[in-house]
Design a protein around this ligand. Structure first.
Ligand code: BGC
Length: 419
């Protein structure tokens, strides 16, 4: 058996986001959840009835309570216990988001108690030898921002920058890595074109406005953060999907190229030099084009997403052109019985390592997620189990999954075992 080392100092960890794990929030999403829970429960069969695990998830998916984030994982109160687990699993870094609606619940009123909370969270990571990667915005907004029209309103950019200045100013002592925005492409397309996320719009013009405002926020945050701390590393995390043609029909290639360009590269191309690292969230391959599917596809997760490990390599190769360090800021799968996660992790890391061998400057990997949590994309709720650690949402008990131990071995050795 051959051990394949990763570069020294490579960071290993897992990722979460405030809305999905903290509990006790009051923001645009919690309001949306209350308004839509009944409908989502009614529509569950239409949305998930085709999945092989439908009999298992039916009762939960048809229960409106599944669509209310509520206490989530109560991570707000249990972060120390959760970080003890991450430390015991050999994690050397952790990605999480701070919640704007807690820090600035009303316009211009900053809650020092909440800032102190995040200071403690960061200190708890440092005390356990984990490098904090702090996401400043993972989709949610305070209600007062929602009420002025959210990201459609250009004033939101200024308000966001003021929040960034305040948060970074207060937390900078212990933080080097800042992820300004999480997945502006998912946020904009789901919230403003598909209408499945708040504010539930289906309006391409509004989507355009929102996307441009987010771009402005990302770029200007770079200036704000660098002014506060010259040594800060400022990045973003985008959803990178590996697109491929369904079959060899000639028109499918230009379609794929256009979609891939707009989804994966348009935003980042416009950031220019105002970024220090790229956060790559990679989950799956997506087939595009007309006609029957001819491409052979692999196994799927509980959500029906194809498991396509080579895609992480292909995606990373496509990001080389930016000549920036790259972190895998999310990669994972819903797998309630933990049958596929170990292989999933090993195969993705195998391909990630291949990219490193090819000279791609990958510096860390964050598995999504540390904990089972409230899966808010498409408001799926609590049944998709993405955690290295299982959470019993009734008792809040944590149970470490087998795959978490397999991943821990890799983290601790900074190496993959290859036969
Ligand atoms: C998001 C996470 C989410 C994950 C799995 C990403 O799009 O950043 O919040 O839970 O995908 O769906």
């Amino acid at each position: 058996m051959k051990k394949e080392q990763f570069p020294s100092g490579f960071l290993w960890g897992a990722a979460t986001s405030a809305h999905q794990v903290e509990g006790g929030l009051h923001n645009d999403w919690t309001e949306w959840e209350k308004q839509h829970a009944e409908r989502l429960a009614r529509e569950a069969e239409g949305r998930f009835g085709h999945l092989p695990n439908w009999p298992d998830i039916k009762a939960q998916a048809q229960n409106p309570a599944n669509y209310i984030s509520g206490r989530a994982c109560d991570h707000y109160n249990r972060y120390e216990e959760d970080f003890d687990i991450a430390q015991s699993l050999g994690h050397t870094a952790h990605r999480f988001s701070i919640e704007w609606s807690r820090i600035e619940p009303r316009e211009g009123e900053f809650d020092e108690k909440e800032i102190e909370h995040y200071r403690k969270v960061i200190a708890a990571l440092r005390a356990r030898g984990m490098e904090p990667f702090v996401t400043l915005w993972h989709w949610t907004q305070p209600l007062w921002i929602r009420d002025i029209g959210g990201w459609e309103n250009k004033k939101t950019v200024d308000y966001f920058l003021r929040f960034v200045e305040k948060a970074v100013g207060a937390l900078k002592e212990d933080v080097t890595f800042w992820i300004v925005l999480n997945e502006p492409n998912i946020y904009t397309s789901f919230g403003f074109i598909k209408g499945s996320h708040p504010p539930g719009e289906k309006n391409i013009f509004k989507a355009g406005k929102v996307y441009l405002n987010l771009l402005k926020a990302q770029k200007r945050s770079y200036e704000v953060i660098r002014k506060i701390d010259q040594n800060a590393e400022v990045g973003m995390a985008n959803s990178f999907m590996y697109f491929e043609e369904k079959n060899s029909f000639i028109l499918n290639t230009p379609v794929k190229n256009i979609v891939s360009y707009f989804w994966n590269f348009w935003f980042i191309n416009r950031i220019g030099k105002k970024i220090d690292f790229i956060g790559c969230n990679y989950y799956s391959r997506h087939l595009l084009g007309v006609g029957d599917k001819k491409v052979k596809t692999g196994d799927t997760s509980d959500l029906g997403w194809e498991i396509f490990p080579r895609g992480i390599y292909l995606m990373l190769k496509d990001l080389v052109k930016y000549k920036k360090p790259i972190f895998i800021t999310e990669n994972g799968l819903a797998d309630a019985y933990d049958e596929k996660r170990t292989t999933f992790i090993k195969e993705h890391l195998f391909w990630m390592q291949k990219a490193v061998e090819d000279g791609v400057d990958v510096r860390g990997y964050f598995h999504w997620s540390l904990l089972d949590n409230f899966e808010f994309p498409e408001v799926r709720g609590f049944w998709p189990r993405f955690g290295l650690v299982e959470v019993d949402f009734a008792t809040m008990e944590r149970r470490i999954r087998q795959s978490a131990h397999a991943y821990a071995k890799i983290c601790k050795n900074n190496a993959l075992d290859r036969y």
